[in-house]
Design a protein around this ligand. Structure first.
Ligand SMILES: *Cc1c(COP(=O)(O)O)cnc(C)c1O
Length: 354
């Protein structure tokens, strides 16, 4: 018996579009990990981690970069670095930091989150932030930080273009506030716009980028910023339990991903667009046009996401019930053009009830 190649649209193969985190390390990535030169990164530095940090710092136009086990820990470290206990962090109302980090801003740092609602139903812009920054008052909370999520997961992988990032940073700085970018998928934003990562990186004080999303590494994220910020971040990471020893094994996967997977992100974007195009055929559904690799579909009236997810799963295609009326499908390294065509057919049947 032969195993069909991952690129075939084989209907017996389970196709997982729940997230770009589900990718498994390729054979070549596993080889790179097995062969990594390692040290003790907490003691005096692991050579492969140091190489990865230097490379990403340069890519982002930052002084320095620090390797974290997860994007969540790197985001929480950034909140700790910039945020002041008993003040607010302003960020888009659908931000990952508000909804998917188990209230770490409050639980770990003692920050109140201030959700900023985008006036046009998209992603927070400078005018939205300017509207919601409170006037100084001895009764109202003070703010200590602004965060931007780019690309924005909850909005369907939406890009905040560099001009909008700079405009938001200008508003923040006019109020004396630093800016952190949750750029778990900033790679995708750069690929989709052609704006170099260094332009995004130099527009903000710190940025987090993930290796375990579209880049296809098993673990890891980077925080970038100034030398002073990264010196503090090293201590915060250690305090949070994120000091890692022979972490060159993990950094090697990330280096391999930069060499071999970064340049193929436009394929994921094209496949998300192709899937969105197919799903446009469904009567009464609203497809959020993808900027990058995430497709959100608001289901026709009376159709529940739980029912659609179960029906698609029965046909071997996994998607996420984002809300009771919305599903999310994400393209990634292990999704071919043929897979997308098959997923489109399965979802059309699942949503149409046929
Ligand atoms: C996945 C994600 C994170 C967290 O990354 P983990 O490595 O899963 O902890 C943070 N922000 C956004 C926007 C994400 O999509």
């Amino acid at each position: 018996m032969t195993t069909p190649p991952a690129s075939s649209g084989d209907p017996s193969r389970r196709l997982d579009l729940r997230s770009d985190t589900v990718t498994r390390p390729t054979r070549a990535m596993r080889d790179a990990m097995a062969n990594a030169e390692v040290g003790d990164d907490v003691l005096d530095g692991d050579p492969t981690v140091l190489a990865l940090q230097a490379r990403v710092a340069t890519m982002l136009g930052a002084d320095e970069a620090l390797f974290f086990p997860t994007g969540t820990m790197a985001n929480q470290a950034a909140l700790w670095l910039h945020g002041v206990r008993g003040t607010e962090v302003l960020l888009d109302s659908e931000a990952h930091i508000i909804h998917w980090e188990v209230a770490g801003a409050a639980g770990i740092v003692g920050l109140q989150v201030r959700p900023v609602r985008a006036a046009d139903g998209g992603v927070m812009r400078a005018t939205d932030l300017a509207r919601d920054i409170r006037p100084v008052s001895k009764h109202a909370p003070r703010a200590s930080l602004v965060c931007i999520e780019n690309t924005h997961n909850g909005a369907g992988g939406k890009v905040t273009p560099i001009d909008d990032v700079r405009a938001i940073a200008d508003v923040a700085r006019a109020h004396g506030l630093p800016v952190h970018m949750d750029g778990a998928r900033l790679w995708n934003a750069a690929a989709a716009t052609g704006t170099p990562l260094s332009e995004f990186g130099s527009a903000v004080d710190t940025a987090m980028l993930s290796f375990s999303k579209g880049l296809g590494a098993p673990v890891g994220a980077m925080l970038v910023g100034t030398h002073a910020a990264m010196r503090d971040a090293w201590e915060v990471r250690k305090r949070m339990g994120g000091g890692m020893r022979q972490s060159g094994i993990l950094a090697a996967a990330a280096l391999h991903a930069l060499d071999h997977h970064l340049a193929r992100l436009p394929d994921d974007h094209a496949r998300a667009t192709a899937l969105a195009d197919q799903l446009e055929a469904i009567d009464g559904a609203r497809v959020v046009r993808p900027d990058t690799n995430i497709v959100m579909v608001d289901l026709p009236p009376g159709v529940s996401s739980a029912g659609v997810v179960a029906a698609a799963a029965a046909d071997g295609v996994l998607v996420t019930p984002w809300s009771p009326t919305r599903i999310r499908a994400v393209t990634h390294l292990d999704v071919s053009a043929a897979d997308v065509e098959r997923a489109g057919g399965v979802l059309i049947r699942a949503i149409g009830g046929r």
